[in-house]
Write a protein that binds this ligand. Structure first.
Ligand code: HAM
Length: 422
């Protein structure tokens, strides 16, 4: 039997990869404008990092991690997300001591979660994410949110919905936690096994349960917004004001809790509202994680960030019918006829490529007509036709494949000609 790709993963083939490259380029360009610098961390980390940061009681840690023991008996995990590793690296490399603060970082790379594969949910997916660490200013929360919105908008998405919430600080969360226990405890027997356990370990997670989503007690559950203390409330108000000042529309959803444990204060998600986008509408998720740096062994520094997957971004583009521009056009295709010209095409191609043109020739021994077809198939702008006559006269016949115009151009002038006419 032939070997097939593992479930929940995908090959990204030529023809498709150009879209990924375009998105990556756009995201990096925006990060440059916002002064976020790229960071690359390992694909695997010590399992403990995710247990401590993402949280022992989350679905990600309990059910979805690719964890293995290496030959030295250490427990390692393929990263299910990027924040934990970035924060680990921030602490380990003492970035809190750098002159430029806050430290603004972005990353691109594969993440791994053992989830049930379906549209928009993969076991390996590519996240683009940013983290701003070291500032407690609400305007950095707004900046991070605006960066994600900017990327989607510049790529052409229109049907977006930004949902925000505040999870408050430690004391607000504690008050809310007690209220949740009080609310669910009398009828916890009606909930799933996971929720019964969550009541003890992390009652906030009950609100995120997929199985018990429709239980009557879910709708009437105490809202975090009623338990925010003055400081948390003020912080949330300031973030909202900054968003409004930048004309970024949002809705507040007090039930937005996020699936990772490290959040406090600002939490947000960006959804697609495009028809036919499918069941999973979240394109991007993020929030503030004051306390996380300390959790992984660094000083008490606050942070905020988001991550989005390219897979879901592409689905949203498709659902809205947005075509990304084809960036890489082929400049020219050399059509060589006769032995001498065929040999001459080799160094000519080298010369054109060195001059910066994307150029191609025939490698299949095709006849002239088939070579023209090949040139058209790859979308070449020009065909350079060379045969015995052309070699003798020192001119190539250049045909513009869009207009059909032909012109003789001396070999030495080809780069200049292609540049001015192309
Ligand atoms: P998250 O909500 O777990 O947050 O994931 C962020 C985004 O990753 C989701 O909104 C979605 O676009 C994408 N995603 C997650 N799982 C999958 C999957 N199985 N297949 C395809 N795409 C997926 C985090 O990962 C946090 N680290 C975000 C963050 C950064 N918070 C602060 N800084």
């Amino acid at each position: 039997m032939s070997i097939q790709i593992p479930r929940g993963t995908q090959d990204i083939l030529p023809g498709e990869i150009e879209k990924w490259q375009f998105i990556e380029k756009k995201a990096k360009e925006i990060c440059n404008r916002f002064l976020y610098k790229e960071i690359r961390t390992p694909i695997f980390e010590h399992t403990e990092l995710f247990q401590r940061s993402v949280g022992d009681t989350t679905d990600i840690v309990q059910k979805e991690m690719y964890t293995f023991e290496d030959r030295g008996g250490r427990s390692l995990t393929l990263r299910p997300e990027g924040t934990a590793a970035v924060v680990r690296s921030y602490a380990e490399n003492k970035m809190y001591g750098q002159a430029a603060q806050p430290v603004k970082l972005y990353y691109f790379g594969p993440m791994f979660r053992y989830e049930r594969p379906q549209a928009g949910r993969y076991r390996q997916f590519i996240q683009f994410g940013v983290e701003a660490i070291g500032s407690n200013d609400p305007s950095i929360d707004a900046e991070v949110i605006s960066l994600a919105m900017e990327l989607y908008k510049e790529l052409g998405l229109k049907k977006l919905r930004l949902v925000i919430n505040s999870l408050g600080d430690t004391s607000s969360r504690k008050a809310h936690r007690d209220a949740l226990i009080h609310h669910f405890k009398p009828r916890i027997g009606e909930f799933c096994k996971d929720c019964r356990q969550r009541l003890e370990t992390n009652p906030l997670r009950i609100l995120d349960c997929k199985k018990d989503r429709d239980h009557q007690l879910m709708k009437s559950a105490p809202s975090i917004l009623d338990y925010l203390n003055d400081e948390s409330l003020q912080y949330f108000e300031a973030v909202k004001q900054h968003l409004s000042d930048m004309d970024i529309e949002y809705v507040v959803d007090p039930t937005l809790v996020r699936g990772l444990d490290y959040y406090n204060h600002t939490a947000f998600e960006i959804m697609s509202e495009a028809d036919g986008f499918g069941a999973i509408t979240t394109l991007c998720g993020g929030g503030r994680y004051n306390g996380l740096v300390q959790e992984v062994g660094g000083p008490d520094q606050p942070g905020i960030g988001f991550a989005l997957s390219i897979e879901r971004l592409l689905s949203a583009l498709e659902a809205e019918g947005v075509e990304l521009p084809q960036e890489h056009a082929v400049d020219c295709y050399i059509i060589a006829l006769g032995e001498k010209a065929i040999d001459y095409a080799v160094p000519l191609l080298q010369k054109l490529r060195r001059e910066g043109f994307s150029a191609e020739k025939d490698y299949m021994g095709r006849k002239m007509k088939a070579q023209f077809k090949a040139a058209e198939r790859i979308g070449a702008k020009f065909a350079l036709i060379i045969g015995e006559d052309e070699l003798e006269s020192g001119n190539a016949m250049v045909k513009n494949l869009t207009t059909g115009d032909q012109e003789r151009v001396p070999f030495d002038h080809l780069p200049g000609y292609l540049r001015s006419e192309g």
